[in-house]
Design a protein around this ligand. Structure first.
Ligand SMILES: CC(C)(COP(=O)(O)OP(=O)(O)OC[C@H]1O[C@@H](n2cnc3c(N)ncnc32)[C@H](O)[C@@H]1OP(=O)(O)O)[C@@H](O)C(=O)NCCC(=O)NCCS
Length: 158
């Protein structure tokens, strides 16, 4: 198996901006049964406690969005509120890079823990978080209103 740096070669991580919104919405709608609206992204892009990162890749002479992560830095806890990667660019380590950069920023700011909610059935995301060292911390019963699915709370001490 290729090592992580080789696997994600060609992708760069940087700030997400309103200029990315069209591509964000394409990825978001293809990734979730209950996607965020453009207004929700705009709100977080302008919210001082939110950190919004993009993964980009050069594609036919243009930088194209490969994925994004949104986190809230509140007191000493980082909460990951959204993460998605373009379908045809999954399994190349892009999400790992995005979470890794968010955790690096969190440690730099003296944050103590990182938490998130994930659908019980979301094998890819649960596998990603487990690989990065997150452990299950609890269940929010029927958290997702579209199908009453439970959320697993996962956490990582920084
Ligand atoms: C979850 C998601 C962000 C992962 O993105 P990705 O860029 O493909 O993830 P990575 O390539 O960084 O994967 C890292 C690890 O996650 C796990 N993983 C990724 N996809 C997986 C899958 N389909 N099944 C099981 N584990 C998987 C593996 O442990 C993988 O490490 P490995 O490649 O060494 O085996 C992506 O599948 C996605 O956008 N899903 C839709 C949106 C979503 O569910 N977001 C999470 C909400 S909580």
């Amino acid at each position: 198996m290729a090592d992580e740096t080789e696997k994600t070669e060609g992708f760069e991580i940087g700030p997400l901006s309103e200029r990315d919104l069209e591509e964000v919405m394409q990825i978001e709608r293809a990734s979730f049964v209950a996607p965020w609206s453009p207004g929700m992204f705009r709100q977080d892009l302008n919210f001082p406690l939110a950190r919004c990162l993009a993964a980009r890749r050069q594609d036919a002479g243009e930088k194209r969005l490969a994925g994004y992560i949104i986190c809230w830095f509140v007191a000493d806890e980082v909460h990951i509120t959204n993460i998605a990667v373009r379908k045809d660019l999954r399994n190349r380590g892009v999400a790992g890079r995005l979470v890794g950069e968010a955790l690096r920023m969190a440690r730099e700011c003296g944050m103590q823990t990182c938490t998130l909610e994930v659908r019980r059935s979301n094998k890819a995301a649960r596998g990603l978080y487990r690989k990065l060292g997150f452990t299950p911390r609890g269940i929010r019963p029927r958290y997702y209103s579209d199908n009453n699915e439970d959320a697993v709370i996962m956490g990582l001490d920084l």
